[in-house]
Design a protein around this ligand. Sequence first.
Ligand code: ZN
Ligand code: ZN
Length: 333
Amino acid sequence: MRAAAITDDRTLAEVDLPAGEPAAGEVRITVAYCGVCGSDLHMLGGSTPAGFVLGHEFSGTISAVGAGVEHWRVGDRVTALALSGCGACPTCRHGHSSACAEAAGRCPGVGRPGGLAEEVLVPADLLIALPDEVDDRAGALAEPLAVATRAVNLAGPLDPDTPALVMGAGPVGLLVAEVLRAHGVQQVRIVELREARRDIAARLGWTAVGPDSAEPLPPGRPPVAFDATGHPAGFARLQELLPIGARVVLVGVPFEPLTLNGLQMVLKEWTIRGSLGYSRSDMEEAVALLAAGRIRTDLLVTETVDLAGAGAAVTGLADPRSRNVKVLVRPGS
Ligand SMILES: [Zn+2]
Ligand SMILES: [Zn+2]
């Protein structure tokens, strides 16, 4: 099969690899689409070994079923959890499955070969069925949408009058805004540095402003805010904008330390929490939102490339001039 693997000079190249047969408890999936993601860029720049196949946001059709796998058949359309714990340890039992010590290692594109390939082997307990209403392109967005769904679910009670502020108009920020709308929240403001991304947010119908905009949030209830930048400057600016009683969910992954204005947090009684990955129920909710047509995936997918274009798609995520939101790779094309 064809796949896009990490090279010694830290890009991706198309290679030929054996598709492999599913071991006991696994299935093999013919990948339809695989999204590229900021964490792919992070892994490419990190210590992930050359030869590894990235890709954790994929949709496809089961092409082979290993021994002992029940409930799944060849031809079933699926996506997969890309961060899912063992299910048995205290971390998992307390509802933090994504933070399980085993979560990364068992998941395709993170701890084992992923979906930037014509075929991918996946433990059957990670599979999520895609209903007919969710086509393969939308199905590849279920994983990042589950990240957004969890962040919104962890934000606490929401009602139509709760103002919402989203820092960052990348895929996760825009998907958070879409999930908020699906939850009935009517006042969502997005703050985004890049003009190109503000334009995309505007095309989706969102009010998107630059970080220096002085426009306050609408008065009324304390807002709920989401940092989808994972960037120290984004979090710093967010704190300047937050009024009394704000709730904040950090959903972007801050690889550098963030600075918290503790005095303002106390004086303004903010609640700040982190959100990592998703649970199975968050992913099932994400697929249900897609099936109900509540998420405008057509506008979020800005480019589709073949495996030969996967490397440029990943490195392009770091280009501030890029006009892309979500790029999908179509390994079979
Ligand atoms: Zn991702
Ligand atoms: Zn666990």
